[in-house]
Design a protein around this ligand. Structure first.
Ligand code: SUG
Length: 423
């Protein structure tokens, strides 16, 4: 059993429509010309980087965009859709796989299976229609019912944003852990996306031990500063919680509960005097992938310990980079910094960790079509090079020629993966 990161392949309709209120990057970059081909290749390069560290890598596929079924349910179609709805029907937001589902690995659950609950993403219109396709993909990838249980979304009355608001701490990935659900109550001028009732429902559906499950309120200050998901201000891996001082509403209460449940926990907290919430959000310091480097794997020369896979924006933000360099010099649990270029996704508020869904499982129990090695990444890159649009300006979304190109690009990718049944 090991951790597998399933990255969302960035779809051919990737564009900047400024759809996410409370997501500073999405609002700031509204109307810019996007580069879907470069975006998807950046995503593949991150996967390749992580494979070369010896990590296990999987993929999730772009959804059908424009989403004609969603438009039909709204009484319209791609020709007649009002301008107010059009960008939502075209969004490539399924790329942010951390919002696909919440995952509880087998060692934590009552029936000893890995449970996944698809997120309803009901707060943002453009994300609210991801769930049916996500469910179809997860049912295929995790079809082995002895190893997995895949649940449909909880009722949309209660907003659920998936793994972006969930953390797991454990002695080792394959040992029972403590699962932490982070919900919001207030967000200043911004919407709260994760509802406490949704978190509690997911924990029940997954058969988690109430004694080893925490429900923690995200701080209003963090949401109001632009941390629309908890994974913008905190990330956990095995025994390490890496977070901003202002991430949680009741910080002492949460830390005390966590230390009681997992005495080995190491809390690496970044003080606001060193890195302001604003710098943390601009740089996506906490949206790094915090990973355990495999013993004896390709990364063996680096020694042991954990590494952070950070966006370039973290290196470009002086307060953040200073703090990180001091962190790795202390020889604590986090020893390595890796920088990847995911600027196209970052400009919509999605960093390295947003792009991946973590699943702890035996890779042999996963449908192999959803797992990648470098040769498969080469094949995917060739399809993207040939079929993904080079650039999209928001006004291009009205062009019928683009719609056909988007359908064809996705169909070609699915065929290359032997996943035509998803077309
Ligand atoms: O839901 N951006 C996404 C970013 C999701 C990041 N995921 C995590 N933090 N796990 C969102 O706000 C912007 C799309 C646009 O504006 O066109 C967007 O949906």
């Amino acid at each position: 059993m090991r951790e597998i990161n399933f990255d969302g392949i960035i779809g051919p309709s990737h564009n900047y429509s400024g759809l996410s209120l409370g997501n500073v990057a999405s609002a700031t970059n509204r109307g810019l010309v996007s580069h879907p081909r470069a975006a998807a290749l950046q995503g593949l390069a991150k996967m390749r980087h992580n494979l070369r560290l010896g990590l296990a890598q999987g993929i999730l596929l772009p959804h059908r965009r424009p989403d004609r079924a969603w438009l039909a349910a709204l009484g319209t179609d791609v020709e007649a859709v009002p301008a107010s709805l059009r960008p939502a029907a075209f969004s490539a937001s399924a790329m942010w796989a951390a919002n696909a589902a919440t995952v509880s690995p087998a060692p934590d659950t009552a029936d000893g299976r890995c449970h996944l609950t698809v997120a309803n993403l009901r707060t943002m219109a453009h994300r609210s229609h991801e769930a049916p396709e996500t469910l179809a993909q997860l049912r295929l990838a995790f079809a082995d019912a002895r190893a997995f249980a895949v649940h449909p979304p909880v009722p949309a009355t209660f907003g659920d944003e998936g793994a972006a608001n969930h953390m797991r701490l454990c002695p080792r990935h394959d040992a029972p852990g403590v699962e932490i659900f982070v919900y919001g109550r207030r967000g200043g001028a911004y919407p709260v996306r994760q509802h406490e009732e949704a978190s509690r429902a997911v924990a029940r559906l997954h058969g988690l031990d109430p004694e080893r499950t925490l429900f923690v309120c995200q701080s209003e200050a963090a949401i109001a500063a632009g941390a629309f998901h908890n994974d913008v201000v905190a990330v956990a891996n095995e025994t390490v919680l890496f977070c901003h001082e202002q991430a949680f509403e009741d910080r002492p209460g949460f830390y005390a509960a966590l230390k009681r449940l997992l005495p080995a926990v190491e809390i690496v907290e970044v003080p606001a005097v060193a890195v302001s919430l604003e710098d943390a959000i601009r740089s996506y310091l906490f949206n790094a992938q915090l990973v355990t480097l495999p013993d004896g794997g390709p990364s063996a020369g680096l020694g042991t310990g954990m590494g952070l896979i950070l966006p370039e924006e973290a290196r470009d933000t002086p307060s953040v980079w200073r703090w990180l360099e001091a962190l790795v010099a202390t020889n604590g649990p986090i020893r390595h910094l890796f920088v990847v270029d995911v600027r196209q996704s970052m400009a919509n508020g999605g960093g390295p960790a947003c792009l991946r869904l973590r699943v702890v499982a035996d890779p042999a129990t996963v449908d192999a079509r959803f797992l990648v090695d470098e040769a498969k990444l080469d094949r995917l890159a060739a399809v993207i090079e040939a079929f993904w649009p080079e650039a999209i300006a928001p006004d291009d979304l009205i062009e019928p020629g683009l719609w056909g190109q988007l359908d064809g690009a996705r169909a070609t990718l699915l065929e290359a993966l032997d996943l035509a049944e998803l077309v």
